[in-house]
Structures are given as structure tokens and as C-alpha cells.
Design a protein around this ligand. Sequence first.
Ligand SMILES: C[S@@+](CC[C@H](N)C(=O)[O-])C[C@H]1O[C@@H](n2cnc3c(N)ncnc32)[C@H](O)[C@@H]1O
Length: 646
Amino acid sequence: MDLATEMEMMMSTELEVQRINERDLDPIPMALGYRPKLEWNSEVREYLSNAYGHLHFNKICDALTRPPLYSCIRVNTNQTSIEEVIKELSELLSKGHNDQLDNCGSGMDRKGCHLLAGKDLVHALFPTKVQSLVVSCDKVLGAEPEKCQAKYISDAFQGCDLSEQPKCLQQTLKDVIMVQGVGPNDVDYGHVTNCPPKMVVVSRKCAESVLRGAHVFVPGVLACSGHVERGDLVAVSVAVEKFDGNRKWSAGITRGTILSSEHAKSQLGGLLESGWFIGKGRALLSRSSMFKASKGVAVEMIERVYELPAFHGLLEGKIFLQNLPSIVTARVLDPHPGERILDMCAAPGGKTTAIAVLMQDKGEVVALDRTHNKVLDILNLAAEMRLTCIKAYKLDALKCLLSDRPAVISPHLHGESLGQDTANQPCISEALSEKSLFSGAELSSKQSYLMTQALDCFKKTVGGGHTYRSKALERKEARKAKNGPGRGQTNGGRAVNAMGFVPKTFDRVLLDAPCSALGLRPRLFAGEETLEGLRRHGAYQRKLFDQAVQLVRPGGVLVYSTCTINPGENEALVRYALDTYNFLSLTPQDPKIGGPGLVGGSDVFDGHGFRCWLRKGEEHLVQRFDPSGPLDTIGFFIAKFKVEHV
Ligand SMILES: C[S@@+](CC[C@H](N)C(=O)[O-])C[C@H]1O[C@@H](n2cnc3c(N)ncnc32)[C@H](O)[C@@H]1O
């Protein structure tokens, strides 16, 4: 044995002794597991508990801490067919492609994967309406009938409102594939009683991603056991906010904490008993590197308490991972080829692209977002899915109506672009030139596509190629010349600003409103939301709605949706809409697979105009997706209005 090897052996023996001593010093009863408890602001808890009833609310809380047990893939039928995608996914699932799936964090190679599509999917979802589940299971790729995961889904769907025929569902779900996940799993952390395993503690946001199928990335790591080396197996736990001594929510752990250090021992004890273990993984970096590095995967997950296939980067442009209620929302809007549609709060563009596909890419989908980079996200997604009918603009949807601000429109522009036949084109405030749109000398095909799209839109809007340069733009360009390109210029694109739209000019408007997002799953903490915050969300949504309603043509349709369980942002908005605008009425939705809305109201927001929800008879005209319900979806709400201006 040479000296170096001998030294290495001695050091590793010393290290082992040190580890055992550390453990012996601090014997702790082991009960590693996932037993989450969702914390709320006490007033919000009371309000929601009253709205739903105590038992129901507890079920909702429990459901929120889990991810839905299937991933929903919407197929871009503009580019490919469902059969083609099933074939490609099956090939990826076969042995030769495990690495690719593994890289995207799917975990499918280990757990097996079951694809459900078309009739089979509807059959599996609604077994009471369809005779033979086993027959459909036979067709589920890779599934043995007796072990069929579809059975699980079918059990879960027992008892949901099936008053609608599966036919309409078949229509809705005909471009959807569901991939079944598994959980909760009993993860074996490989530790023995009183000996904690090596651990990595991650932030709540990081843990929520891990539960959706991701690995642990460096910025998400908060704390780590002392001797974690690259390649070690680690138990992954999450630090969730608790009320601290100052009556503030705090995770109680700062990034860089070493768990075996003296001052962290009590934290370690708390973590071990917390019931917040989300799985185990292999460290790809040593403890010190995890805190030195600024990006990259820190822990590759091997086993999670919930295994959900993730499809990041797979079949790009052909598939889009989307929650079932979002897919339903686009269907409920019912866009037709050739129509002009407005998606008011559109980024990242999930519903925008669903709408464009339903329109067979014919007509116009105007997609707005107030954030520059988010508009680029929409454009990127549209380019990736090769949907040319989507025009995305940066605009604050609170200032959507052109008639609100006639003073800011350049007379030159107004005269040339807002004539009769282009009345519903947006007024673009920043002129585009080929040079200013992309900074790179060579354009990728995606950039060329985006540029063509933006220029095309610009030309249409400003007619004979005249350019309008706002003072703000000139100032911005002068600043840029001094400082170089700023944030948001990294991919070389620039979003086009729109000034607004002429009232009553869209066939259909979707307002997928920014909201408290209290329906998103998995959610491991809800304490940051206050009653005042909920009230502000409601007030904001009303202002957006006031704009939306003006933009729909007489006889047109307005769909309002949120991903929150807060009735103050859902039913109360509907009440406001119906009481404020006598030309609005609720109209039936197709498909309708969610449950009814809430009738009644709440005293909590008395004096703020959020007190009243739906009246009897209105509840079946909206659909509400209950996270604790049999469909196992995120919490979501959809209302559809018919607009009959006088
Ligand atoms: C619920 S998300 C929309 C999700 C999107 N519809 C989809 O399905 O992919 C709400 C979006 O509204 C945007 N937003 C918030 N306030 C806005 C405003 N005043 N004008 C335009 N967009 C706004 C946010 O930037 C956010 O991207």
C-alpha cells in the first residue's frame, strides 16, 4: 500500500469515527416521513373554514399539500397527432431513452408509466358511464390490466358529477394524454434508529418543484449535514415557515447552515420530527460546493414521496404540460377559426396557445401581459408551437381601452392605423425596425420567426411603414446606448408595446385573472396571505373585469377564470359583474366537469362589496374545481358570460 492510499484510509476512518460520535452525541427518535400541515393566517383560515365548512376545508388543506396524481399533456394538434405523440413517448419510455427521461427528472424509468388518451382516457375517468374498464386498460400502454393505474384514476372519479355525457368530454380530452404518477410512497432513507441519515434541507419553493418531479437545484439548498460528499445518498427535507418568537413567519434556517454544527443541533432535532421529508437523492456536489455554486443540480432525486413524470424539454413544440382545468377553460371559451380573441393576462401563454390550436391557427389571438419578459415567453412558446395567429403585446390590461386615453395617441398614428378596417388592431407605441428588434447579427429561425411576426403586426398597425417614436422610447434608447442592454434583453428580443384597443371589437375575451393562487398544488405554506391581501386581489380583478367587459362585441363571450379557492375572487366577482352590468348573463359551459359554485356570502368582507356570492339557481352555471374533489385537480374557477351591449 502506498503512502497516499494509507493516508486516505486513515482519514476516512477518522471521518467515520467522527460521524458515529456525532450521532452518538445526539440520539434522536427517527420518524422521517411526509406528514404536512398547511399553515394559514388565522383570519384567512377562519374565513375559508366558514365558507367551506370545517371538514371540507380540512380536506382541501390536505389536498393542497399533495400534487395531483397525474400529469396532463396537451398535444399540439397543429403540429402532430395524439397517436404520433403516444408513439414517441412510448419510445422514450423504452429502455434506450431512460437517460433522457431521467435527465428531465421524470422518474418514469423506475416507477413505470401509464399513458391514457382518447376514449381510453374518458373511459378511465368516467367508468360508471362506460362498461368495460378492463378493455380500456388493455390499451393503456405498458399497463397490465390487474395492476392498471387507470383503475386508481377511475376509483378517484367515482361519485363526481357526471350529468354531462362523456361525449363532450371525449371532445375536450381528445388532444390530452394523462400520465399517471404514484404516491404517497414510503421512502426508505436507509438509516437506523437514532442515527439520522445525511440530510439536505431545501426551501419551500424548491420542495414544491421537487414534488412536481424536479431535482434539487443549488439555490434551493438551505442546509446540509456536515460531511456530505459528492455521490452520497441524502434525505431531503423542507424548511417550512412557522410563527417565530416575533410573531412573524420564518423558515428558521438560513442558506449555508451546517446541520451537524453545535448551534444547528436543535434545528436538526426539529427537522427530524417535522414530517417534512420529501424523498431521497444523490448529492452531485459536496456540502461546501453546494453553498459556493450559484446554479446547477445539487441533489439528483432518486425517490420522492410523490413520483410524477416531468417532461421538461421533451417533444418541444409538440406537447404542453397543462392542468386539466386550464385545458377546459380554453374549450369553454369556444373559439372558432377566423375569430378575433383577446387573452388579457396571457403569460406564459398556456391558454393562449390552447385557444390558437382550437382555432386551427386561423384568425387572431391577441395576448397581453404587463411584464416585458413574460410577453417574450408567450412569443417563444407561440414560435415553438408554430402558431402564427398569436400576437403578443406588453400592455397593462387595466389600461386596455383606447377610448380611455385619447390624448396619448399620436394623431399621425390615429389617422393611419385606426380606420374602420383596422379598428381592433392595437396601437403600437414603440416603432420597430429590423435593427432594433434583435441585437444579434445572426438570427436563429425562432428569432426570424418572431421578428417577422412582430414586423408583420407593426406594419398592419401603422399602415404605410410610418414609424412613431415616443419620447419614452428615445430616452430608453439613449440610456441603453450608455449602459448596454439591460435585463430582459438577454435573448435579443423585444416585446411590442400596445396602447390599447377600440371597445366592442373582440369576438371573445378571456380574463384569466392574476389571483391569490390558493388552488395551486402542491402548496406547502399559505400563511403569507392575509384578509387584506385577498380583498386587494378581488378589487384588482374587478378593475380588470371592467376593462374586459367593454372590449367584447355585442353578442360576444367573456370567460373569467382563476386558480384560487377564495370565493371572494370567484363567486363574488360574478355577483359584482351581474349586478353592475345588466347586459351580462351567465351562460352554460361546455364541457362542464367541475362542481357547482358557492351560494350565499360572507360577512368577513362586509363593507367592501365582496359580501355576496351566487344566488340560488346560478351555482350550476359556473364550474369550480375542488382540489379535494374526485377529479384530483388544482383548485380552479370558471364563469362564462354572454355579452349583449345595448
Ligand atoms: C394567472 S397568470 C395567467 C396565466 C395564463 N393565462 C396561462 O394560462 O398561461 C396571470 C398573468 O397576468 C399578468 N398580469 C397581472 N396584472 C396584469 C395587468 N394589469 N395587465 C396585464 N397582465 C397582467 C401576470 O404577469 C401573469 O402573467
